[in-house]
Design a protein around this ligand. Structure first.
Ligand code: GDP
Length: 303
């Protein structure tokens, strides 16, 4: 499947190292854990997450009196899944959308992470599910952003509401809401500019956009999706921290998982930021996005 294929780099690297570790050590001891720690950190699972995990593993090994490393694969994968779900067990991983009325999704993220591509993929996915989708070209800052969104709108077969470059993003999104309502759309997906260089600007712009949305639809935005690039590793974590300070991020879209051997970043994001990863990008084509499933992900790593 696409998922397995997209995870190939991470899986090959990770499974290879774990297998090698198990073959070399045989006995579960301190050195085994030390090397395991290194393998996990090199897969970008994140230092805090790895520390938590190793601690859990050491307890589990005592509890079950595990001596042989060949029994460790199952224990490691179980604990990885547990760590992922630990915090917000009840939380739905899919999007929180309204039935029978307009839902608004705000998409944020810095340039180059795959924001436009992800909006296109999401629009396509929802359209395939029978929803009527409209896009609002709220990134009026970056050169070419509006045209690029237009291209993706065409690919996905959905309308794009836009104004000229440099216009007020809040005004574009206001137009988007009006248009989406008058066209009886189910979902409006709003692009935004991703200027991280200036945190105050970013916050001001995003809160203005949010105010406009809330004025039109009090419960909206129904989702604020932050797009992060998996290949940027720990840098993605930093971006997530900054954005969550500017706006209430409800979910992450993690792109380019196919382009990294360090897919462990998914677990780090969840464990360290407590924000669920809702979708993962697995390629450049319109259908290359999947809902994220931690269990499938972790078991896929050890497959
Ligand atoms: P934006 O500046 O954030 O809007 O980024 P774009 O949507 O323009 O994407 C930047 C580049 O990343 C493009 O070349 C995309 O084709 C590529 N890209 C986006 N998502 C993925 C993905 O999931 N996998 C891969 N391999 N490439 C991706």
């Amino acid at each position: 499947t696409k998922y397995k294929e997209g995870m190939k780099k991470t899986r090959n690297s990770f499974t290879g190292k774990i297998n090698d570790l198990i073959a070399r050590y045989r006995k579960v001891d301190e050195e085994f854990f030390e090397e395991l720690e290194e393998v996990l950190i090199s897969a970008d699972v994140g230092v805090t997450t790895v520390m938590d995990l190793i601690e859990e593993l050491e307890m589990e090994v005592k509890r079950q009196n595990i001596k042989d490393t060949k029994n460790m694969k199952d224990v490691i994968s179980e604990k990885l899944v547990e760590i992922y779900y630990e915090e917000e067990e009840e939380e739905p991983e899919t999007l929180n959308l309204q039935e029978g009325e307009l839902s608004v999704i705000l998409v944020v993220g810095v340039n180059g992470v795959g924001k436009t591509t992800s909006i296109g993929k999401l629009a396509y996915k929802m359209k395939e599910e029978g929803k009527k989708v409209v896009l609002a070209a709220g990134d009026t800052f970056r050169a070419g952003a509006i045209e690029q969104l237009d291209v993706w709108g065409e690919r996905a077969g959905v309308d794009v509401i836009k104004q000229g470059a440099g216009s007020d993003p809040a005004a574009v999104i206001f137009d988007g809401i009006k248009a989406a309502k008058s066209r009886n759309a189910d979902v409006l997906i709003c692009d935004t500019a991703g200027r991280l260089q200036n945190k105050v600007n970013l916050m001001n712009e995003l809160s203005k956009v949010k105010r406009v949305i809330e004025r039109e639809i009090p419960e909206a935005p129904h989702e604020v999706l932050l797009v992060l690039d998996a290949t940027t590793g720990q840098n993605a974590l930093l971006q997530a921290k900054t954005f969550s300070e500017a706006v209430d991020v409800s979910g992450i879209v993690l792109t380019k998982l196919d382009g990294t051997a360090k897919g462990g970043i998914v677990l780090a994001i969840r464990n360290e930021l407590k924000i669920p990863v809702k979708y993962v990008g697995l390629g450049e084509q319109v259908e290359d996005m999947r809902e994220f499933d931690a269990q499938a992900f972790v078991y896929g790593l050890f497959a």
